[in-house]
Every structure is written in C-alpha cells, then in structure tokens.
Design a protein around this ligand. Structure first.
Ligand code: SAM
Length: 437
C-alpha cells in the first residue's frame, strides 16, 4: 500500500511502552491509541495483562485518547481506564467491550498487578481448590506425591480438570495442566470465556504459578479426550518425581503429558512386584511403568509401542534414571501381532491399551472388540506364577468374563488402583489382575 515509510513496527512487552522522542516532545500533539489486546488467546487474557496495559498507557501517553477492545467487563475494569463511553460489540462471533477514553489520564499510585482482586466466581473456585488441597494434604505428605489432580469440575460451571506437576528437587518449579471440558453448545461463548479466565485466575493465585507455567487444553468429555484446539511446540520437558522414578513430562505440546496420573498406584504396585521378574509393558506409551519396574529390580524389561516418538521418550525416561542397555528392550510394533509372534516368557505384564487407535501401519485397534484375543495372547507368554495387569479407560468397557474364564483367573482390582486425588472420578480407569488357572 506504499505506507511502509510512515509505519514503525516494534516487538516489545507492553510494560516497556515508550514514545518516540518526537512524539514525547513538549507541545507535540496528542494522538490516538487503538488497541486490540488478547481476549482469550488461552492464558494471555487475564486481569494482570489488562492492568499492565492501562498502566503503560497512563505512564507513556496520558494526554492521548484511546480505544481499547477488551475481552469482557472484568478485563475492561482491570485496565483501570476511566471510559467516557463503553460499547458492547461483536468481533466476529465474540462479544467484546470497546472502551473509549479521552484523555487517558496520568498514572496514579496503582495497585500492583498481583493484588488485583479475584471476581466472586474466581474466589469460589479458589476456595474450592484450597479445600481440596487441605483434604489431600496428609495423603500427599505421607506418600510424597508431587504430581496430582487438584480439581475435577467440582463446581459444574467451572468444568475443567486441574493437575499440578511439581518438578523434581533439582530445579523445583510448579506447573499446572488444565484440561477444560468442552462446554455444551448452548452456553454462550462469552460465559465460557469468563469462566475459563476465572478458573485460571483462581488456580494461578492458589498455586502462585506464573502464566507461562500453565498449560491449557480443551478436551471433549466422554470421547476419550479427542484432540482439540491448538498445541504448542515448545519441546520443553520437565522432570517430575513419582516414587523412586524421575519421569520426563511435556505439559504443552500434546493433549496428554506423558504421565497418566490416575495410574500412579498401579505403577507403584508394579515397582513393588518387579524384583527379579521379566517385565513386559504392552502399549507402553512413555515407559513410566517400565521405569518403575526397572527401578524395582526387574531382571529385564520389554516395552512395546507403535509410536517411535513414545519409545524415544521411554528411552529418555530410562536414561533419566540411569537405566538402559540390552536389559531394557524397546520394540516398535503393533502390540497384538507382536505378542502373537513372540516366543519369550514374562513374569509380570502390564497391558494398558487405548480405547481405540487408528493406524495405517497396524490397522485399527478396538479394546472392546480385541481384548479377549489380546489377553489370550498375553497369557500364553506368562511364566508359571506370573501376573498380568490389564487396564483401560473406556468407560463403557465390558470385560468378557465368560471368554476369559476359559483360560484365566480374573480379579477386578479397580477400587484399589484409584488414588485419592481421583476419587471424584473413580471410573477413570478399570484394572484387573489376571493369572493362570
Ligand atoms: C498407553 S495407551 C493408552 C493409555 C491410556 N489408557 C489412554 O487411553 O490414553 C496409548 C499408547 O498405545 C500406543 N498404541 C496405540 N495403538 C497401538 C498398537 N496397535 N500397538 C502398540 N501400541 C499402540 C500409543 O502409541 C500410545 O503410546
């Protein structure tokens, strides 16, 4: 458009806003600020950012006019700007608030951003979080649990799960992994956004976590958490502690983190039972169970997964714990076909298949349709006296007990494998101990 010469671009934090000297000179004419800050870009739309914007404008350009398009009323209020006029307008489908300010006015002694009060809704969530933390405190201290579920849609309007991941002692930091359940279609977008922002504000306040340590994802309820929304590509792994294991998790780049927290008791049980066993981990994912078995002194471990990415993650997890080498075998294969072709024996087997998986290479896997065949093949590899732990998190799963009775003894141990932090959602997984008849 031939305007490049009259536009200056700069990439900077709003907190560092400063005028070009010519504009700041005495007698320079006042200008107009037009600003469209994030309303929802996941975590950016928060009162502290809007407060910083308002403060920056009052410090840098107090005599100017401003039009600021804000995500919602609480965010508009957080700017601290006194609007002459406020308009409710739609930006596409998103309802927003447009403030017009003339003049912006000087910066008064402002309240520090951190002390911006929570809204009533956010306060309610914060209270619930504190209550949950009190309830889990004794258990967490006794068991030294540092990664746990702190909230699971306890207040139905604030429908998200909040998991806390504290990194291990070498570099202690706290991260929050927030999974929002997609709201029903009849809830207005503005309400969803407000509640999301309130939930995040409450969580950050209670856990004193900076914005960049909060991962926010949306998952569809009841669909096994299909992939939804946008993911980061930070490539940032942090190491957390579970029992004796150091495990690498990635909070930002995938829907899941690399560690299913509801399976913590199952993994600790494997660690307890692993001594001197040949351990087999089917659908091994990032190998957290493998690491536990290896630290529990399994003689050998074999981890089978279709994904090269997850097997590499498993290798890194082993290495993180000073493990590796020929005793720990990683196999990239379709678990069922591999098992049916295998001829080795194992004393301890963990089999935690997905509900369903599509794969060009291996064909589809469906736990309901294939579990009898899968378990028959696994039992054929189990050494005398061995145990197979089978679990999955398909909520409508029905174990074909009659078919299994032909070749195995089955004990439902689900209740004993649900940890206190998942008590609100005891159906998150089911688990069976399967032995020879
Ligand atoms: C651990 S399972 C699912 C765990 C958890 N219960 C869930 O539903 O998300 C997921 C793992 O199975 C692997 N997987 C999927 N289909 C597979 C197949 N046919 N053979 C081997 N591994 C497979 C995936 O790569 C992934 O690491």
């Amino acid at each position: 458009a031939g305007l490049a010469g009259v536009i200056d671009w700069e990439c900077a934090d709003i907190r560092d806003l400063a005028l070009a000297p010519a504009l700041a000179a005495p007698g320079a004419i006042a200008g107009l600020v037009v600003c469209n800050p994030p309303y929802d870009a996941r975590l950016a739309a928060e009162p502290a950012l809007y407060r910083a914007l308002g403060d920056a404008l009052r410090r840098a350009v107090p005599t100017w006019r401003a039009c600021v398009l804000c995500g919602d009323e609480p965010l508009a209020r957080a700017t601290g700007l006194r609007a002459q006029k406020t308009y409710r307008i739609f930006n596409g489908a998103i309802e927003t608030v447009l403030l017009t300010v003339e003049p912006i006015g000087p910066l008064r002694q402002s309240v520090p951003a951190e002390t911006v009060a929570l809204t009533a809704g956010a306060e309610m969530v914060a209270n619930r979080l504190r209550k949950n933390l009190r309830k889990l405190k004794a258990w967490r201290e006794r068991e030294q649990v540092t990664c746990f579920r702190a909230y699971d849609a306890d207040l139905p309007e604030y429908a998200a799960a909040i998991d806390v991941y504290a990194t291990d002692e070498r570099e202690p930091r706290t991260f929050l992994h927030v999974q929002e359940y997609a709201p029903p279609d009849d809830i207005p977008e503005a309400d969803t956004r407000r509640r999301r922002n309130e939930l995040l504000a409450a969580a950050r306040e209670v856990f004193a976590v900076p914005r960049e340590n909060v991962a926010m994802k949306t998952r569809e309820r009841g669909k096994g958490g299909s992939k939804y929304g946008q993911f980061d590509q930070r490539g940032e792994f942090v190491v957390v502690r579970e029992g004796a294991a150091h495990l690498r998790v990635n909070l930002f780049d995938y829907l899941d983190t690399g560690l299913f927290l509801d399976h913590r008791p199952m993994r600790l049980r494997l660690a307890d039972e692993a001594e001197d066993t040949r351990f087999l981990n089917l659908f091994g994912y990032t190998g957290a169970a493998t690491v536990h078995a290896a630290l529990g002194r399994a003689r050998t471990t074999t981890t089978v997964d279709l994904s090269g990415t997850y097997l590499q993650w498993c290798a890194d997890n082993l290495q993180e714990n000073g493990l590796g080498g020929a005793r720990h075998r990683l196999v990239q294969a379709d678990a069922l076909s591999w098992l049916e072709a295998d001829s080795n024996q194992y004393d301890l087997v963990f089999c935690d298949p997905p509900t369903f998986s599509n794969s060009k290479r291996a064909g589809d896997f469906d736990v309901q349709a294939s579990h009898v065949r899968l378990l028959r093949a696994a039992m054929a590899r189990l050494a005398p006296g061995g145990a197979l732990y089978f679990s999955n998190n398909f909520r409508r799963f029905r174990l074909d007990e009659a078919a299994l009775a032909e070749f195995a003894r089955v004990e439902d141990i689900s209740a004993a494998t649900i940890p206190p932090d998942f008590a609100r959602d005891a159906r998150i997984h089911r688990c069976w101990r399967i032995t020879a008849q």
